[in-house]
Write a protein that binds this ligand. Sequence first.
Ligand code: MG
Length: 109
Amino acid sequence: MNPSSYQEMLALVQSFHDKHDLRRAGGEDLAYRVALMAEELGEISACVTKGKGKDQLAEECADLLILLIGTAIAADFDLDQAFQTKMGRLSTRKSKIVNGRIRVSEFSE
Ligand SMILES: [Mg+2]
């Protein structure tokens, strides 16, 4: 199977938005989308805390990714470009162990 490109995923999510007329029907309202993303994050959390399998975790992560791509459509920004820009910035940051776990951030000290 060929790896999916962001443009292919974007086209599929755009088709889904068009099919259900999400823009006209309130499905692209940003506050509503934030609530949907929080709901999916909760489902991801439940997978981890309730010991559900990898397949279910993958499905819930896909749900969140679809919502993120749809939010880029709704708010009219280029998520691919934002990803590339942010990864470039993250790649220059240092890591540090904080409370026993690694953290990559812009540390002040
Ligand atoms: Mg879900």
